[in-house]
Ligand binder design. Structure first.
Ligand SMILES: O=C(O)c1cc(=O)[nH]c(=O)n1[C@@H]1O[C@H](COP(=O)(O)O)[C@@H](O)[C@H]1O
Length: 239
């Protein structure tokens, strides 16, 4: 059972390594880890990741949403291994061969380096996308069916879990079993704005629905007091 204070990965969506590190240090003990993604990586790169994580005892979720031909994604996985990510994201739309190549590259690199293998998570349908958004890119099946199709593909291709919205957690948990990691953004406490998120639930409802970890950004990082906001979420989860 994951304790409430370790259930959340806080999304540090900033281009500034000093700001990301300072907030990570303040939130230690109230969140389970940090997520650094495209906004950060495009601005600060691997050196920026190291500037944040050096000496920080918090798991890193490196959210690059890799999506390319198998050889290129395998190379990208090898390139980020020295950053010691606990989780890395890929887009399941890249297909089974891409995901399998990534899984093989992660396992081989971890064995060669003598380090733990990062867990690979397949991004399914972005939580910012509605049924209409999905139709606009040529997918005519319901969102839940598209997520289930992509999650099945990820599972078969050797992913350790998927990124999905809270709306899909219950179905995926039943379908893929208790050990498949569901990393779940689209989390909004009742006191937080939805922003651009379209498929959302509260922290407690998402965990009840089957989420393994919660990914939460602006409700914490945009709060007047991020530590107090993170603690409110811990309290909600502990209730
Ligand atoms: O892969 C992700 O983490 C992700 C997938 C997804 O479908 N939706 C989604 O919001 N995310 C990320 O989760 C975080 C959510 O941030 P907030 O909307 O500020 O809570 C952002 O860093 C997104 O990049």
């Amino acid at each position: 059972m994951i304790p409430p204070a370790r259930r959340t990965f806080v999304a540090l969506d900033t281009p500034e390594p000093p700001a990301a590190r300072a907030l990570a240090q303040r939130l230690a003990g109230h969140v389970g880890g940090i997520k650094l993604g495209l906004e950060f990586f495009c601005a600060a790169g691997p050196a920026g990741i190291r500037a944040v994580t050096e000496g920080l005892d918090m798991p890193l979720f490196l959210d690059l949403k890799l999506h390319d031909i198998p050889n290129t994604v395998a190379g990208a996985i090898r390139s980020v291994m020295p950053l010691a990510p606990a989780f890395i994201t890929l887009h399941t739309l890249g297909g089974a061969a891409m995901m399998r190549a990534a899984a093989d590259a992660a396992a081989e690199a971890a064995a060669q380096m003598g380090v733990p293998r990062p867990k690979l998570l397949g991004v399914t349908v972005l939580t910012s996308m509605s049924l209409l958004d999905l139709a606009s890119v040529g997918v005519d099946r319901p969102v839940a069916d598209q997520v289930a199709l992509l999650a099945d593909l990820a599972h078969v291709a050797g992913m350790d879990g998927v990124v999905c919205s809270p709306n899909e957690c219950a179905v995926l948990r039943r379908r893929l079993g208790p050990d498949f990691t569901l990393m779940v953004p689209g989390i909004r406490p009742i006191w937080a704005s939805a922003n651009d998120q379209k498929r959302i639930m509260t922290p407690a409802a998402a965990v009840t629905a089957g989420a393994t970890y919660l990914v939460i950004g602006r409700p914490i990082t945009d709060a007047v007091d991020p530590v107090e906001a993170a603690q409110r979420i811990v309290t909600e989860l502990a209730a």
